[in-house]
Design a protein around this ligand. Sequence first.
Ligand SMILES: *Cc1c(COP(=O)(O)O)cnc(C)c1O
Length: 362
Amino acid sequence: MTNAIAPKPGILDIAPYQGGESHVPGMRDVVKLSSNENPHGPPDSAREALRKVAHLLHRYPDGSHATLRRAIGEVHGLGPARLVCGAGSDELITFLCTAYAGPGTEVVHTRHGFSMYRLSALAAGATPVEAPETERRVDVEATLAAVTERTRLLFVANPANPTGTMLDGAEVTRLADGLPPHVLLVLDGAYAEYVEGYDGGAALAGARDNVVMTRTFSKIYGLGGLRVGWAYGPAPVIDALNRVRGPFNLGTPQIAAAEAAMHDRAYVARSRSENARLRAWMADALAGIGVPSDPSFANFLLARFGTPAEAEACDAHLRSEGLLVRRVAGYGLPDCLRITVGDEAACRRVVHAVSRFKEGAV
Ligand SMILES: *Cc1c(COP(=O)(O)O)cnc(C)c1O
């Protein structure tokens, strides 16, 4: 055997993305709270749209995603020419790294930032660089200090995953203002819809030539299985992303269902208010039994335990009760568990199970 055929440098440094678990061997009726999915599933409007396009599957999709971009533009008040859609926001993160990063360049993310930033940077041959956070929150100054002349992209999710914390508008502006002109700030707004009145960074991405915003249909829209995301930003950035994008990266069902979901404002509003109510209830109840969490702006809580061993033992107990949450040791948070805000019954079961665990009753 020779090593004549080898992947490019960086590829073998990629540890495959670990998704949230959805099964426990031998157990039925598990409650999946490990992937920040909408517990109420997709809106009926999206299911109906899917049914309607079933007879069109022999036709190639509209490669320009015109109807979907128009729907997003109408709802968010954004010009469709500055929107681009991808197979999940994951694909847009990949496009950004493909277009702007490569060997000899650096991609900055923060200590507990979403792992796809690092993976996509490595796949593009770039070097991922980690900036420290302060108390599980993005630290503007520390992040800017991690930027060098080799930096091309800076990824910040706001609200962040897995911490659930958020920068305010002034902090995000300070971040954008503090970057040298060769660095593009990517504001990942995967959870933006959960924050009442927040635009996800759209105004900044509309006004600056160094800011782009990514969004997804995977979270509040309940369409993670469909794979649709979008980005809004400066015309030259959108042009670059369109050049690296495959011409038919979204299928007809994706375009149709996402368009219907985008117009379903009642579904989004209901999901947001229900999430806020149950998130507050669950955070208070867990804090009351000695499991604190930072104020979360998203659809999950980062529950903190005394030690990594305690977090691991609680995870095992929850699993034995059919409740799947997310261990986040890989994100540098070994004493924490990330728990998606489920429906009311799921939240009650989680609190009950953690409470029994803390009492030492299990
Ligand atoms: C879930 C999530 C996404 C969404 O990814 P999709 O590919 O759109 O499903 C993006 N960024 C962050 C931080 C997330 O948590």
